[in-house]
Each structure stands twice: as structure tokens, then as C-alpha cells.
Write a protein of this length. Structure first.
Length: 317
């Protein structure tokens, strides 16, 4: 039986990870301050005697209960706002989560000899000049732009993590996650949840820019399998690993797919492109394929249908 800490466990990816790991014989402690998560995502686990929730901000000193553990097998860190709407509202807190929060967790992992997982992001590549993006690409990021709290925060987190690996021989696993969608998403500015919410409510579907910018959309179940393979890989892992779906779509294509799958009166409208918004985004997943034997299996249409059914089943304000 493993003792596992999941930070950011009430958020989108974190809650799906909790759901996945709850099927195994684990003891899980979920840390989240609910700034961008949703405790309702945990309602299916409140009666589980091996899952415990602690409301906590990881930028603060970690709870005494956690620090007293003799051994923690794995620490998963998903704790950081991931939506531009979210992190643009709290930019300083976002940077602190990626720097101070990660530093606190790395110290815990070093003390407890834990395997440490970091949910990094394709945003570390910025508005990429290399296409598709592989892990050796250093990126094209505006260090003082409005998105830098997230982009540079995650880049600094990776720097800390690999310094801990080099200096303390800490076992670290870093996934650079590309656009992911599915159940437990919030309506928080991310394009898939926005489009679905707008279509279900007969609102105009808003595209920023002309819609020709591209993204690669990975269904959450595929991502969770990739993270699990990464965390249980017994060989040597050097550097980050891209996890995402290499099938690339224009945003206008996504909007048309959503309207075709939802009985809606919505129209598609265009608004101005936000500052520093990447024009292209597509992962090179050769490393994940060769090391983990992983690649996504769920196509966009199938994943969108599942996600639409999820949003139909919840109360949306």
C-alpha cells in the first residue's frame, strides 16, 4: 500500500488522477486551497476511508500531519491555475504556486524519499518557433508579458526540480502537458469548456483571433494513463516528457465540431487575439512513445461527446 500526496487534487487533472488512483490500494492525502479547484469534484470520495482532504495552500508551510509521516511514496503536484482567465486574475499567486509551492514540495520529497511528479505545461514553449515542439526546444517566451506568471513560473519550477535531481539525486518525473479536456473541467476560459458551455446555453461561441491558430487536444483519460506510466516507470528518466495528442486542429475547426455535436442556436463570433497567445501548438511525443510506450487513443470527436455529456449532467451557472 502506497502513501500518496496529491496537490491540486480538487482541480481538473488532479481530481481525475484521484479517481484513477482510488481504484488501487492507496492512502491518499489531497491538498488544495480550492482557488481554481472545486471541492464538488471530491463528492464521490467523501466516504472513502483511504482518501483524506486537507484545505491548504502549498506556498505556506506544509501541514504538520503531512510532515510527520515517516515515508511518502509519491507526491503529485497539480497545484497551479491553468486557465489564462484564472492566472491573469491572480498572477502573483500563480508565480508563488510554481516557485514557493514547488520548493516546499521538493523539500518534503527529499526528506521523505518520495517520487516527485510535476504537472508542467506546453506553455513553457511559449509562442513556439519550432513545430511540432519536442523536449529539447528551449521555447519562445515573453518573460515580462501578461502570461509570464504561468509560463515563467512553470519554467522556474522545472529549473528547481532538476536542480534537486542533480544535487540530491531526487527521483523526479516532469510531464509537459498539452491542451487537455474532459470531465471535471471548470468553465474558466479554456477553449473546450468555453465552447461547450456556450453551445449548450445557445450563447455566441467566441473565437479569439481569426480561428486559424492551432491546438492539439488530448482527452483526460489518455493523459492520466500517460502520467501513471511515467510515475511507475522503473528505468532512468532524463528530463521532461511531452504528454499530449499530436493531432492538430484549428480553433475554428473545434468550434464547428462542438456546434455539430450540440443541438444549439449558437453563432460563431470573433474577438481580438489576447497578448502572447501562441499561434501553433503540437507536441512531438516520440519520447513518450519510446520510453513509456504511450500515445493517445481517444479521437477528438469521441472525447468531445463524452465531455458534452458530462456538462449536460451538471448544473452550470
Amino acid at each position: 500500500m502506497e502513501t500518496i500526496i496529491i496537490c491540486g487534487g480538487t482541480g481538473f487533472i488532479g481530481s481525475n488522477m484521484v479517481k484513477f488512483l482510488s481504484k488501487r490500494d492507496n492512502i491518499m492525502y489531497i491538498l488544495d486551497n480550492n482557488s481554481s479547484g472545486n471541492f464538488n469534484n471530491m463528492k464521490n470520495f467523501v466516504d472513502n476511508k483511504k482518501i483524506f482532504f486537507i484545505e491548504h495552500d502549498i506556498t505556506n508551510k506544509l501541514p504538520r500531519k503531512i510532515r510527520k509521516f515517516k515515508k511518502i511514496d509519491k507526491i503529485y503536484n497539480f497545484a497551479c491555475p491553468a486557465s489564462p482567465v484564472g492566472y491573469l486574475n491572480i498572477p502573483i499567486e500563480t508565480t508563488k504556486a510554481s516557485v514557493l509551492g514547488v520548493l516546499n514540495l521538493l523539500e518534503l520529497a527529499r526528506e521523505k524519499k518520495s517520487i516527485f511528479f510535476q504537472s508542467s505545461t506546453s506553455e513553457v514553449y511559449g509562442d513556439p518557433l519550432m513545430h511540432p515542439q519536442n523536449e529539447s526546444y528551449w521555447g519562445n517566451v515573453n518573460p515580462i508579458g501578461v502570461r509570464s506568471c504561468y509560463d515563467e513560473g512553470k519554467r522556474c519550477a522545472e529549473s528547481l526540480i532538476f536542480d534537486y535531481k542533480r544535487k540530491f539525486n531526487l527521483d523526479v518525473r516532469v510531464a509537459r502537458i498539452f491542451n487537455t479536456y474532459g470531465p471535471y473541467m471548470n468553465i474558466d476560459g479554456r477553449v473546450v469548456s468555453n465552447f461547450i458551455w456556450q453551445a449548450l446555453n445557445d450563447r455566441d461561441i467566441t473565437i479569439y483571433g481569426d480561428g486559424t491558430q492551432t491546438r492539439s487536444f488530448c482527452y483526460i483519460d489518455d493523459l492520466i494513463v500517460g502520467i501513471d506510466l511515467l510515475m511507475n516507470y522503473e528505468g532512468k528518466i532524463e528530463g521532461p516528457i511531452n504528454l499530449g495528442n499530436p493531432m492538430e486542429f484549428m480553433i475554428i475547426e473545434l468550434a464547428k465540431k462542438v456546434t455539430s455535436l450540440v443541438d444549439t442556436k449558437s453563432s460563431i463570433v470573433n474577438k481580438g487575439l489576447p497578448s502572447d497567445d501562441p499561434k501553433k501548438r503540437k507536441p512531438d511525443i516520440s519520447k513518450a512513445k519510446s520510453i513509456l510506450g504511450w500515445e493517445p487513443t481517444i479521437k477528438l470527436d469521441e472525447g468531445l461527446k463524452k465531455t458534452i455529456e458530462y456538462f449536460k449532467g451538471i448544473e452550470i451557472e
